[in-house]
Design a protein around this ligand. Structure first.
Ligand code: AOF
Ligand code: ZN
Length: 426
């Protein structure tokens, strides 16, 4: 539930201020993107008498939680009677670090404003309960939607045990990825490419099919020109040194053919990026696996789907999560993307549309097994934006939409009744 829409007067201005502080907590949390997984992205702000007195962020996996970092860096006595604004419920369990809720009580806070509850079964409301039992005032729900979006991979993993796969596509207005001769550089403009570079710097891993590796030889490195969090990062030298983060590069190749085709060499000659992984099937020849591993490329041997369909993609999404990689961006090609949609594994879609028509057969989406309209795969379009000359559409699968509290897609017959008459329900 999103807290407190439509405040007014004294209460309203206090609410606007708290929203501003929560936005700062979310920006701080974003500094941890690509580094905290499989843990969540968490930022915190302490406020007393209307002033920010301390900030904290969870910067990397295994490191101090945002609350602990905040408390450690706060001036002596500054937290007595203060309010803690944080994008996730404080933890109450002892994991790699001590529990945060009792530390918040000891630090002298009077009130805690959180965005969302932590679904981790070790927490799941017990952090709030611990704070309340000690007499602190606790509220939850402020900017909940933004907080769920930021930690969508963590929430998805808690709910499904799998990595959250986001399909990224850059296509022509008629949904084509390339012209008839295969040329595809560049369909979208530099603004869209910069956006993709930032996603790469914030996700945990990139996933491509063997065909894309062979035809495009993508480097799959994060090379953004501008850092949207530059100002914050300057104040936190630890975060500055770590930017841009380089995601793990995963190639799906059921028989490990990249080893035989000499592509193994080109995998090792882009040292600026993250580690390469080849996700292969149980029947991949051992000699090829060894050849890749000798070059320092990891191979994940996965179960195979029936009927010679290659790697079991559910097993792949679970393996990513088991490796701690929760936020995985799929960068092509059409065969892999289609197979992932067919398997119901794509949680999010980010579709760039360029104002060009290419015609032909190279659509970004192949056969989904939909033979009649009622069998369609419904997505919830959550946002559309202009990115330079291109359009970017954000959409969620039904499962992701439910989890992230977004609306179900409107039914065509309801759309006819005019704007606003959408089917509700989460
Ligand atoms: C974080 N950072 O700032 C907060 C977290 O294994 P541990 O001890 O690091 O605990 C991880 C869990 O703690 C995590 O899954 C989440 O439920 C909770 N809160 N985690 O990594 C933080 N506040
Ligand atoms: Zn904690």
């Amino acid at each position: 539930m999103e807290r407190g829409a439509g405040g007014s007067g004294q209460g309203g201005s206090q609410f606007a201020l708290e929203q501003r502080w929560m936005r700062l907590a979310l920006r701080l949390a974003r500094l941890g993107c690509g580094r905290t997984h499989p843990n969540p992205r968490v930022g915190a702000v302490a406020v007393r008498d209307g002033e920010i007195v301390a900030r904290g962020v969870h910067l990397h996996f295994g490191g101090p939680h945002a609350e602990a970092a905040l408390i450690a860096g706060a001036p002596a006595g500054s937290l007595t009677g203060a309010t803690l604004i944080i994008n996730l419920e404080p933890c109450s369990h002892k994991g790699k670090t001590p529990p945060c809720a009792p530390a918040i009580v000891r630090a002298g806070f009077r009130r805690v404003v959180a965005a969302i509850e932590d679904p981790n079964p070790q927490v799941a409301g017990s952090g709030f309960a611990c704070l309340r039992a000690a007499g602190l005032q606790v509220e939850s729900g402020l900017l909940a939607r933004a907080a769920r979006t930021l930690n969508a991979p963590f929430l998805w993993h808690q709910a499904t045990g799998r990595a959250l796969l986001t399909a990224k596509i850059a296509s022509s207005l008629d949904g084509r990825l390339a012209a008839g001769d295969g040329s595809s550089r560049w369909i979208t403009g530099p603004h869209a490419r910069e956006r993709v570079a930032r996603w790469r710097a914030e996700c945990d891993a990139l996933l491509i099919g063997r065909g894309t590796l062979l035809t495009d030889r993508p480097r799959l490195t994060a090379r953004p020109r501008r850092d949207p969090l530059r100002a914050l990062r300057r104040e936190l030298p630890q975060a500055a040194a770590a930017w841009p983060h380089q995601p793990v590069r995963i190639v799906v190749d059921s028989r490990c053919r990249v080893a035989a085709e000499g592509v193994g060499d080109s995998l090792t000659v882009s040292p600026t990026g993250g580690p390469w992984v080849v996700a292969c099937g149980a029947r991949a020849p051992q000699a090829r696996i060894r050849a890749l591993e000798e070059r320092g490329i990891r191979c994940w041997r996965l179960p195979e789907a029936g009927g010679g369909a290659g790697v079991d993609l559910h097993a792949l999404a679970r393996r990513c999560a088991a490796e701690g990689l929760l936020d995985v961006v799929v960068e092509g090609g059409a065969t892999l993307t289609t197979a992932l949609f067919r398997a119901g594994l794509v949680g999010r879609l980010r579709l760039f549309l360029a104002g060009i028509l290419l015609g032909g057969a190279r659509s970004w989406c192949g056969d989904l097994g939909v033979t009649t309209l009622t069998g369609r795969l419904g997505l919830t379009i959550t946002r559309q934006e202009r990115v330079g000359p291109d359009i970017l559409i954000h959409a969620l699968s039904p499962q992701a939409a439910r989890l992230l509290g977004e609306e179900e897609p409107a039914l065509p017959e309801l759309e006819l009744r005019g704007e606003g008459s959408r089917r509700g329900g989460t």
